[in-house]
Design a protein around this ligand. Structure first.
Ligand code: EPZ
Length: 434
């Protein structure tokens, strides 16, 4: 398994360009299931989860072409003949977002068989709200042998009120409602930018949607959707990760190709702890000096502070002069990185969903283990300021959602190298049409 070897101490200097958002690309690829025409997606990140999504769609009979060379961030999908409306356990267990095919399949094919995702490192993460919503659109849902089976001759418009704000739940129902008979009103929806991006793709495909990006969305169902071309939004979490890296190392970095508006909660928090940030148009400049004030933080749904930046913020809080209390409100078990940071010399106390981080502590290099995507990012950040050479193991977690992170960090002066088997050769050779 690949590992990263990171020598800490270098301030990051220069420019980093942000890739497309993994969490916008995955629902967009699932949306292609809603039409038999070609959907072309631009700015698709080259990360492992996209490869998993390609295999998932191909397993149903879709033609999926991941671009290469100059077109390496373009994906062309055609779901003309879907042979099996099924998401197998083998794929779903590697990527929960595979459940995003449930709504589109039952809407387009009248039938979907999707493996239940099972537990996850950061929490139970059930999909009961997806199922409840589809039932409100008239789907008959049963559970057998670890699979959810949904059936409906044609979904019908309905009134969905989410008991809890759910990002992929909102996206799943949004896609299903586009082909339903009649109007659907969805309330207490997620307002994440990725939901808005999915809606703009669906509208280009001929859907009738109002209110995406707010907590109330109205969808007038149509008979069929057509093909479209769409550019995926930038990855705000990747951008946030590099912004915190630049701040922690006392660097001066321009993060380009991002949308500062999507980063408002993070940038406000960083200014609060003393980081100089300037942003315009599509870039954010971070000028850190490695000195930080402590500040409490609670994760919330968008536009609040994103849970996907909690681990990275914890790494920064270890370098603040004083105590910061971090409260994780979204997932019940998202402090796995804390014990690894303690192994590097951090002072962190966990009580349920609250972590008290006392700084400033000089971190020292150690062998650490990544447990999930964002936890592994926080370990890389800690290693960039630690004394000595840190070994981060199981970086396959980070490859799921960061495109060539070590090359991007090396580009701004980090001493980081990957050891072990290279990221699957698949992505470096021309794609084949399946
Ligand atoms: C999305 O996951 C993201 N994944 C996650 O990013 C992100 O952490 C999360 O939203 C919150 O922002 C993708 O977009 C692919 P939720 P999702 O449904 O949709 C509970 C990353 O690092 N819930 O909004 O699965 C759930 O357990 C990943 O890129 C139910 O109880 O998250 C959680 O406590 C990690 N029943 C809360 O709601 C349901 O049916 C929010 O989860 C659905 C959710």
């Amino acid at each position: 398994m690949d590992k990263f070897v990171i020598r800490g101490g270098n301030p990051l200097l220069g420019t980093i360009r942000i890739s497309g958002a993994k969490n916008a690309a995955l629902p967009a690829m699932a949306a292609a299931l809603l039409t038999d025409e070609q959907v072309i997606l631009e700015n698709i990140p080259q990360v492992r989860d996209i490869e998993t999504e390609r295999r998932l769609l191909a397993s149903m009979g879709a033609e999926v072409e991941l671009g290469y060379g100059r077109a390496q961030h373009r994906t062309t999908i055609r779901c003309a003949h879907l042979v099996a409306p099924e998401a197998a356990y083998e794929l779903v267990k590697t990527m929960r977002a595979s459940t995003l095919v449930l709504g589109p399949l039952v809407a387009r094919c009248g039938m979907a068989r999707v493996s239940l995702p099972g537990g996850c490192a950061i929490g139970a993460r059930p999909i009961d709200l997806h199922i409840k919503g589809l039932e409100q659109l008239g789907a008959k849902i049963s559970q057998e042998h670890g699979y959810v089976v949904a059936r409906a001759d044609r979904l019908r418009g309905g009134h969905v009120v989410f008991d809890k704000i759910t990002v992929t739940g909102t996206e799943d129902l949004l896609m299903a409602a586009t082909l339903a008979d009649g109007e659907t009103l969805m309330e207490n929806c997620a307002r994440e930018p990725e939901v808005g991006d999915l809606a703009s793709l669906l509208i280009k495909m001929g859907a009738n949607i109002e209110g995406a990006g707010t907590s109330t969305i109205r969808v007038k169902g149509v008979q069929r959707l057509h093909g479209a071309r769409h550019r995926i939004i930038p990855d705000r979490i990747e951008a946030g990760t590099f912004i915190v890296a630049a701040a922690m190392t006392g660097g001066d970095v321009n993060v380009t190709g991002c949308d500062p508006e999507h980063l408002a909660a993070l940038l406000n928090k960083l200014q609060e702890v003393g980081v100089k940030v300037r942003h315009n148009g599509e870039s954010v400049r971070v000028m850190g000096d490695g000195e930080f004030k402590p500040s409490d933080m609670s994760t919330e749904e968008y536009p609040g502070f994103p849970t996907d930046m909690q681990a990275q913020y914890m790494a920064l809080a270890t370098q603040a002069e004083g105590a910061s209390v971090i409260t994780e409100n979204i997932f019940e078990n998202r402090f796995m990185h804390a014990q690894e940071l303690v192994r590097m010399g951090a002072n962190i106390k966990i009580e349920g969903r609250r972590a008290t981080v006392r700084g400033k502590t000089q971190l020292s290099a150690a062998a650490v283990l990544a447990s999930d995507l964002r936890a592994s990012a926080s370990l890389v950040l800690a290693a960039l300021v630690a004394q000595g050479e840190t070994i981060v193991d199981r970086v396959y977690h980070i490859d799921r959602g960061y495109e060539h992170i070590e090359e991007k960090l090396r580009g701004v002066g980090a001493e980081i190298k990957r050891i072990g088997e290279m990221f699957p050769k698949r992505l470096s050779t021309p794609a084949v049409l399946v």
